[in-house]
Design a protein around this ligand. Structure first.
Ligand SMILES: [Zn+2]
Length: 67
């Protein structure tokens, strides 16, 4: 994990949900700061909230396993 990604994880740590403002083929939101997909989003594109999107599959699976 390089510094850029670590910084991205830190930036998302306290957020319940976030999404990217960049165009995506399948728009989704994330609710885990360690999500594989969410953690690679550039910080400048991150927005708080769900934006009415479906929850990312990886976040949903992690949620079931841990809670
Ligand atoms: Zn996710």
């Amino acid at each position: 994990m390089d510094d850029l990604i670590r910084h991205g994880v830190e930036a998302r740590k306290d957020w319940n949900s976030y999404h990217t403002a960049a165009a995506e083929p399948f728009p989704r939101y994330h609710n885990r700061p360690d999500c594989e997909d969410g953690s690679v989003m550039p910080d400048k594109d991150i927005r708080a909230g769900t934006d009415g999107r479906a929850l990312c599959d990886k976040c949903r699976q992690a949620q079931r396993q841990s809670s």
